[in-house]
Design a protein. Structure first.
Length: 278
């Protein structure tokens, strides 16, 4: 981070603590430079995104849907880079849902091929910026080539950095399925006397989810204007702030990310309590 951190007397103690945490994980980040109108303590640590609108964007351009998905992949690179500059430590992307298997076979085939291409083409950049990749979702049903590419991406990025920012890809993911898998895991442990039912609390349940070890999202962004959650991180977003934009994902730019963060920073997060002074 630049010298501006040290010279800015207006920073609160909490701001300085957040900047120190960000610097440890993401030395290249400089939120005071890239989004100076937002206090560092108001920058979300974890952003989850529902990337919607690729197909609609392609139709508007009189192009096949695959063209929209390709442009959407470019947006992923742009948004991940900007999130890193701002100091967002975790980004989780809804890349392919369990419901997406209902799409036409040729579109699914193209999406799987795009996933493989992304894994191979983006590995050098991810390694350069010490971004650790994590994948959540069920492996069953994914093509062998996709699984191999994802496994390689996860292994190589974790070998490269022990304490970098995290890009989490939700692939063949559904939140109801995740919750069911967690319930079954805890039931098996109870049946084998590893735990008793009274041991099960929110923390233990969270540790049984695919996202174990990650902080819950602070901000959920959905593009393309749809007002629904679509079976995404239902447990984890219990207290996330929601931000919906009409912008289609291929058109989502750095300034759109800034707008979402500014909206988040202006929210009063009470977590069931009252605002200060009330």
């Amino acid at each position: 981070m630049g010298d501006s951190v040290e010279s800015n007397a207006a920073l609160s103690e909490q701001d300085r603590a957040v900047l120190a945490r960000i610097a440890k994980v993401m030395p290249e980040a400089d939120p005071l430079r890239h989004i100076p109108d937002v206090s560092p303590s108001r920058i979300p640590r974890h952003i989850a995104i529902i990337m919607d609108g690729n197909g609609r964007w392609a139709v508007k351009q009189d192009k096949p849907r695959q063209f929209g998905h390709q442009r959407g992949a470019e947006t992923v690179r742009r948004v991940i880079a900007e999130a890193g500059r701002i100091g967002v430590e975790f980004v989780t992307l809804y890349s392919f849902s369990t419901e997406n298997w209902k799409r036409p076979e040729d579109e699914i085939r193209d999406l799987m091929a795009l996933c493989e291409l992304y894994c191979h083409s983006q590995l050098p950049e991810l390694l350069e910026h010490k971004i650790r990749v994590r994948v959540i979702g069920r492996r069953e049903g994914l093509p062998d080539g996709v699984l191999a590419a994802l496994d390689n991406l996860v292994t190589k990025t974790h070998e490269n950095s022990s304490n970098g920012p995290t890009l989490c890809l939700a692939i063949n993911y559904g939140s109801r399925e995740e919750i069911l898998d967690a319930v079954r895991s805890l039931a098996r442990k109870a049946a084998s006397d590893e735990i008793v039912p009274e041991d099960i609390d929110a923390d233990l349940f969270s540790d049984s989810l695919y996202t174990s070890g990650m902080p819950d999202p602070d901000l959920l962004i959905r593009t393309a204007g749809e007002m629904r959650i679509s079976n995404y991180l239902l447990w984890q977003i219990s207290y996330a702030e929601l931000y919906v934009t009409d912008t289609l994902w291929p058109e989502f730019m750095e300034e759109d990310l800034h707008d979402a963060i500014r909206a988040f920073a202006g929210r009063d997060r009470r977590f069931g309590g009252l605002s200060k002074g009330k």
